[in-house]
Design a protein around this ligand. Structure first.
Ligand code: ADP
Length: 290
């Protein structure tokens, strides 16, 4: 089975920003979540894998393909949905897919039509295939984005921050589509939304400031804080005190009252309760400690 192997990848932009620092990762078939705050280096990593920009050093291998040396080979098996992709608002999905399929070298008209119809069904846009893309909702546009990324039946699909601006129903539909595709494909999904990863990915990594912080499956990653996490509901005006006295990694409101999560080697007493860590706790812990 093909794997994507990223070894010792580094990139410093000309302004001195170290966007990737010695990143090494193995990504198997299925859905891989790349989680990190804005500016962490996610897009740099995605664009480098997609051969859209160069790294300073390191190596990327997809199965037998040496990505930096065999760019065209990689592009043949790559599907890419960038953060922002241009749509031609006056075209219909059917017309634009046809146009893109010609560009991708699917020369036979009959075959092109079959592929496009199958894709339109897959992303649930067949009924609206003749309508203008300009009138589509965010979710429909993203599903079209997946359809165009799947035109060449890729082995590797890269999806950069795909759920921004989608409502929960659209997000769910989009997830289901990705999940179906991931049975046969390596999918890398970059996001700063923890819930995206939790629900969807069998493997994940957290990156921050260009560095790989942790990687593994989400359950293994949550185990990292086992036995060290405690929770307490407090009053808003106490928040500052608790921040000073305890190692608070997460606070959120529940029915208008803050609930804090703290890390402690031993039970802190004082009304705290031991809890299991969520992925968000681990994420906040890693990002705040960086
Ligand atoms: P993310 O996708 O996680 O938000 P990026 O890879 O876009 O992160 O950015 C990583 C860092 O590199 C950020 O500090 C960003 O400002 C910087 N950066 C990204 N692209 C460029 C560029 N073309 N030139 C200079 N700095 C860049």
């Amino acid at each position: 089975m093909d794997k994507l192997i990223i070894s010792n990848l580094s990139k410093t932009y000309s302004n001195g920003v170290k966007a990737l620092q010695d990143v090494s990762l193995e990504i198997p078939r299925g859905m891989f979540g790349l989680l990190g705050p804005n500016g962490a280096g996610k897009s740099t990593l995605m664009r480098t894998i997609a051969t859209l920009q160069d790294a300073d050093s390191g190596h990327i291998q997809l199965g037998a393909i040496n990505v930096f040396k065999q760019r065209n080979e990689l592009r043949k098996v790559l599907g890419y949905l960038p953060q922002q992709f241009g749509l031609y608002p006056k075209l219909s999905p059917e017309m634009l897919l046809n146009h893109l399929a010609v560009l991708k070298g699917i020369a036979n008209k009959r075959r092109r039509k079959d592929i496009i119809n199958a894709l339109l069904h897959k992303v649930n846009l067949y009924e609206v295939r003749k309508q203008k893309l300009g009138g589509f909702s965010g979710g429909m546009k993203q599903r079209f984005g997946i359809a165009q990324a799947l035109l060449n039946n890729p082995k590797l699909l890269i999806v950069d921050e795909p759920t921004a601006g989608l409502d929960p129903v659209e997000r769910n539909r989009f997830y289901n589509l990705l999940s179906e595709v991931s049975e046969h494909t390596i999918i890398i999904l970059s996001t700063h939304i923890v819930d995206d990863i939790k629900e969807l990915c069998s493997n994940m990594a957290i990156i921050n400031k260009g560095q790989l912080v942790i990687h593994g499956n989400p359950v293994h990653i949550m185990d990292q804080l086992e036995g060290q996490l405690y929770e307490k509901a407090i009053h808003k005006k106490e928040l500052e005190y608790y921040r000073k006295e305890y190692h608070v990694i997460n606070d959120r409101l529940f029915l208008g009252k803050p609930i804090i999560h703290v890390i402690s080697d031993s039970h802190p007493g004082n009304g705290f309760q031991s809890i299991n860590a969520s992925l968000e706790d681990v994420y906040m812990f890693q990002i705040l400690n960086a």
